[in-house]
Design a protein around this ligand. Structure first.
Ligand code: CMC
Length: 438
């Protein structure tokens, strides 16, 4: 972060003295106006609900140019990472800032692999849930519960403790997600296998049973790995900001990631892939698309085209392009090219991409429009889609959390407000009170 040549001057129409603010440049992307001294100097706050114009931190992990449709992890374009690297290499990159050498990769993969088992006691947490509990509810609970098992590494001021926690989280999330699934369908939990890759092991824990070993084809393992790479980090989105805010109070990493999972669950964020697939099922057939699109465009309806639109990407989502490719590969591998749901999705995509409503608002398919179709083809139930997203995003959350804790300027996050409630008033006797208007 360096000072820009210009300064920002804020002046007031009531004659109060104007005030100068420094402007900082990043390596790429928009400059920022440092308004930290604003309140002290003027007694005024900025007002930016939804953080439309606010950089909440500095970061060197992920860069997005929404207009260009560019996503970089530590400077590397997502298109190159998705084709040349596997998910654990991507994790190493996000955590350490550089891609691993061959030797570093062997050590890192082995370290993660050796942490995939969860404490045997964890299964009793699962047994406390209803069998039909939503997997995200189970994950919020069980990931938070991990903090009760690892008191040996919860000193967040110790970089080694932070590293151990990061490895544990990345390694154990697939195990917990698969356990949530197995518990839901009433099958025995399947232990991880150290001879398999990260993604192949996850598929093994999901689909093997004590009676029969599941063998996934390379195309399917690679597809899952790509889903994980594409969802690994996304700058200061809602769940990452939640993790940072929770972590800013000094909370332990397992609790912070549980907070991120809770935020991710919402349909405007990670829940969108589940919502997109449910939407396709509700539309039901290509014939119903015009009526559905009419409802989406109706100002008085709340129906949205799920899997379309993004706060940052206003031309296209680069992840969507890669996921679309994977979608075609997986469906071809499984002989599902004529799957009615896929045909419906492609027809809906075509209608929306040509419709003035979506074009004028720059609403394009996002990664979730396709990732639900891919996951469904892999045999993953719809209710687990957001859990897969959480598994992928854990590395991004923990890398961002670690970056924040290591930042000497880090402070507890404490936004302020524009208060619009009642000013001071006195409590009156109950007989004299007027009913609240409904
Ligand atoms: N369907 C119909 N209209 C939409 C949609 C949509 N999916 N998204 C935005 N709009 C309209 C919106 O009604 C508004 O119209 P108008 O100007 O007439 O009032 C206009 O487009 C601008 O939308 P906005 O709500 O100001 O945009 P935003 O940046 O606040 O919202 C979003 C971004 C992702 C929450 C929203 O596009 C959305 O809800 N999309 C569907 C859910 C979804 O797919 N989310 C996954 C995002 S990608 C995964 C991730 O990174 O988490």
């Amino acid at each position: 972060m360096t000072n820009a040549e210009t300064k920002a001057t804020l002046s007031f129409s009531d004659g109060s003295p104007s005030i100068d603010f420094p402007i900082y440049k990043g390596t790429v992307g928009p400059e920022v106006i440092d308004i930290r001294k604003l309140y002290g100097a003027t007694g005024k706050f900025t007002y930016d609900p939804g953080f439309m114009s606010t950089a909440a931190c500095n970061s060197s992990i992920t860069y997005i140019d929404g207009d260009k449709g560019e996503l970089l992890y530590r400077g590397y374009p997502i298109e190159q990472l998705a084709v040349n690297c596997d998910f654990l290499e991507t994790c190493y990159l996000l955590l350490n800032g550089e891609l691993p050498t061959a030797e570093e990769k062997v050590t890192f993969d082995a370290t993660v692999t050796k942490h995939t088992m969860v404490h045997e006691q964890m299964q009793f947490f699962f047994r406390g849930f209803r069998r039909d509990a939503h997997p995200m509810a189970v994950l919020v609970g069980t990931v938070g519960a991990l903090s009760s098992f690892y008191h040996d590494s919860l000193d967040i001021t110790d970089p080694h403790h932070r590293e151990v926690s990061a490895i544990r989280l990345i390694a154990k999330l697939p195990t917990l997600v698969a356990m949530a699934y197995k518990y839901n369908v009433g099958q025995p939990f399947v232990y991880p296998r150290n001879d398999l890759s990260y993604s192949a092991n996850f598929m093994h824990m999901m689909f093997s049973t004590p009676c029969e070993e599941y063998k996934a084809s390379d195309v399917l393992v690679r597809a899952l790995d790509r889903i994980l790479i594409l969802h690994a980090d996304h700058e200061q989105n809602a769940s990452t900001s939640t993790v940072r805010l929770a972590g800013s109070s000094g909370a332990n990493p397992f609790a912070c990631i549980a907070a991120g999972i809770a935020c991710l669950w919402g349909p405007a964020h990670g829940g969108a892939n589940e919502a997109a697939l449910n939407m396709l099922k509700e539309i039901g057939s290509v014939d119903n698309i015009p009526e559905f699109v009419r409802q989406v465009k109706d100002k008085n309806s709340t129906v949205k085209l799920m899997g379309f639109g993004h706060r940052v990407y206003k031309n296209y989502d680069p992840r969507a392009k890669l996921m679309r490719e994977t979608c075609y590969e997986v469906l071809a591998e499984l002989g599902l090219e004529n799957d009615p749901l896929f045909k419906l999705a492609m027809a809906l995509e075509k209608v929306a991409l040509e419709d003035e409503y979506f074009v004028s608002r720059k609403l394009y398919p996002n990664v979730d429009f396709y990732s639900g179709i891919v996951q469904s083809a892999l045999g993953i139930p719809v209710s687990l889609f957001t859990g897969i997203f959480a598994m992928a995003r854990t590395v991004g959350w923990i890398a961002q959390w670690n970056e924040m804790i290591s930042d000497p300027e880090q402070k507890i996050g404490r936004p302020r407000q524009l208060f619009i409630g009642s000013p001071t008033r006195d409590v009156v006797e109950i007989e004299s009170r007027t009913p609240a208007s409904k």
